[in-house]
Structures are given as C-alpha cells and as structure tokens.
Design a protein around this ligand. Structure first.
Ligand SMILES: NC(=O)c1ccc[n+]([C@@H]2O[C@H](COP(=O)([O-])OP(=O)(O)OC[C@H]3O[C@@H](n4cnc5c(N)ncnc54)[C@H](O)[C@@H]3O)[C@@H](O)[C@H]2O)c1
Length: 305
C-alpha cells in the first residue's frame, strides 16, 4: 500500500509517517512548510512533494496512492486571519476530498474537538457542533461534507477524526500553539513557576501522539463516511499536569495563575465520548496521562524535541 500524508513535517503528520515507516508502508509526503519542522523527518528517504493544498495544480503531480492521510491545516486556533484559515482548512480540504472521490481512494483527515466549543462534555459525535472560532468552524465545515455523504448513503471510505488535545514529540515548532504539557515542561525545566490561567481547573482530554498515530492509521480500515472522536475519554486539569511534571522533573514548583485573555473563545473543558471509537474502530488510547508524559519527558531529555 502507498499512502500520501499531507502536513507530513508537522507534529501529528510526522508521527503518523514514522508509524507507517515502522510498518514498512510506502509513504509520500506533502507539505507547504507553513508550520512544520524539517527535523521531524530529517531521516526520510522517500518522495516529498513541496506544495500547498490550496493549489489545484499540486494534485496533478501526485503519484498513484491508495489512501491520503490529511493532516495539513493552519493549526494556530488564535489566528485572526479567517480568510487564510478557511482557505487552507476548508478549501484545501475540499481539494483533497475531490481528489479522493475522483481517484476512488481512501481518506482519513484531521478534524478537531474544537467543533464542540463550550458544549457540555463528554462530547458525542452526534451532537450539533458549536464552533467558537474560525479554526473550529473550518473543521466543522469539513465534517459537514462527510456527514452529507453519509446521509446520502454513499459507501465511501472517508473518515474524519476529531482529535482532542494531542501532546508529544515533534510539536516544538508550534510555539504558543503547542500543547500545554510542552509549554509547562519548558517553563518548569528551567526552574520557573508554571504559568496557567486562573485557577488551573480547566480540563482537557489529553491524548498522547503515539496513540493518535495508531488510531489514525487504523481508521484506514473503515469503508464508509464516518466521524469519530479521538481522545482518552478522561478530562484532566492543568493543575494535575503540573503535579505530574513536578514528579517527573523532581521539582516542587507552584503555579503562577493569571487572567485568561481568551474568555468566551476558550473551551473550559474538553472530554471525548469514546464509545463510537471503541465500537467502530475497536481501538482506544494505550497511554494514560501519567504514562504519556513520562514517555515524552524521556524523549525530551534525550534531546528529541
Ligand atoms: N495538535 C492537536 O492537539 C490537534 C488537535 C485537533 C486537531 N488537530 C489537527 O491535526 C492536524 C495536524 O496538526 P498538528 O498539531 O500536527 O499541527 P502542525 O501545525 O504541526 O501541522 C500542520 C501541517 O500542515 C502544513 N500545512 C499548513 N498549511 C498547508 C498548506 N496550505 N498546504 C500544505 N501543507 C500545509 C504545515 O506546514 C504543517 O506541517 C491539523 O489538521 C490540526 O488541525 C490537531
């Protein structure tokens, strides 16, 4: 099997590529290098297509593949350029979707828990979405295309994965858009007080990137339009992360709480209902938050960012 991965040099894309390589699957990479790090895949010896998914011409150059794993997107949720956000995340997605329809190939793409906004958690895929920013809206539009196909009864192998809060190796280039776990780690390893919004009780369903890669590749097995949550099913607070980081770093640093400037645009809690994930894909996250952070810190300590 030959698979094209878009956004391949990004955080999740590069972890997916590494997993495919481990399984000896042929991979072709596509990326515009808008927000990626070449070091994430500096070992890669296969084909790389530099390009922008907004450009229809890029699809004329693609070699034959059996599936696309589509991770490319503008991923800074606080970016205020709606035209760029919608242009890449939705118009770009539609180009990918059209290509997959024409070529009759599989598509697994990255949606987001952002579509749920401030709805009561745990979030179920069947709930009407409530996007609070342009990023979340762009992902909602992508999912809507897939749901339309599902409603029409089309048996097309297109799967949207609503990733919750992903953390792990390969996210350093995301800077302020990187996970809270990475940001707090950076502050605490220098001996600084971890800075979090008042009073650290915001909760997130944090999922380790190694689990996300496994679930993403497994989603290639599905054969009809499907949207699935990808989380652990457990919401954990920022205060808890600080506790786990203190334990792993052998420190006892106290949080420095400050006002949240994104009030109203910010999800106070995310938690995935993972019943559909377990039932449809027969998989769930392997790493607990404690295990994931431990594994991640071991890699960071070896200089693998
Ligand atoms: N990290 C998370 O917690 C999380 C949560 C929910 C959803 N997602 C989604 O997962 C996917 C991967 O996110 P990530 O965290 O790896 O972010 P990332 O920013 O590291 O990766 C995005 C990749 O897309 C590429 N890209 C951007 N615009 C492009 C364009 N026009 N053409 C081609 N490539 C382009 C970037 O260069 C980068 O390699 C995204 O679709 C994101 O919305 C991530």
């Amino acid at each position: 099997m030959k698979i094209l991965v878009t956004g391949a040099f990004g955080f999740i894309g590069s972890n997916v590529v590494r997993l495919l390589e481990e399984r000896s699957i042929d991979v072709i990479l596509l990326d515009s290098f808008y927000s990626s790090n070449f070091e994430n895949l500096s070992h890669f010896k296969g084909d790389f297509i530099p390009g922008d998914i907004r450009e229809p011409d890029i699809f004329k150059k693609l070699p034959k593949v059996e599936a696309i794993i589509h991770e490319a997107a503008v991923t800074d949720t606080t970016l205020e350029d709606d035209s760029l956000m919608l242009g890449v995340n939705f118009a770009g997605f539609r180009n990918v979707l059209t290509y997959c329809q024409r070529r009759r190939i599989k598509l697994v793409y990255a949606s987001s828990a952002g579509v749920y906004g401030d709805l009561a958690m745990a979030a179920r895929e069947e709930q009407a979405p409530k996007p609070l920013n342009a990023y979340a809206f762009s992902k909602h539009l992508c999912d809507r295309e897939i749901l339309k196909l599902a409603q029409k009864g089309k048996r097309l192998p297109f799967v949207g994965l609503r990733y919750f809060n992903v953390y792990g190796q390969g996210e350093a280039h995301k800077a302020k858009a990187a996970s809270m776990i990475y940001q707090l780690y950076l502050q605490m390893k220098e001996g600084g007080s971890p800075r979090i919004f008042k009073y650290g009780e915001q909760k997130r369903d944090f999922i380790y990137v190694k689990d996300v890669a496994q679930i993403t590749v497994k989603a290639l097995e599905l054969n009809q339009p499907t949207i699935l949550n990808v989380g652990t099913g457990k919401a954990r607070s920022f205060n808890e992360i600080i506790k786990i980081l203190n334990k792993n770093l052998n420190t006892d640093l106290k949080p420095d709480y400050f006002d949240n400037p994104y009030q109203g645009l910010y999800q106070d809690e995310t938690e995935a209902d993972i019943n559909n994930l377990k039932k449809t894909l027969k998989i769930e996250a392997h790493y607990s938050l404690e295990e994931g952070i431990k594994d991640y810190i071991a890699q960071l300590s070896e200089g693998r960012v």
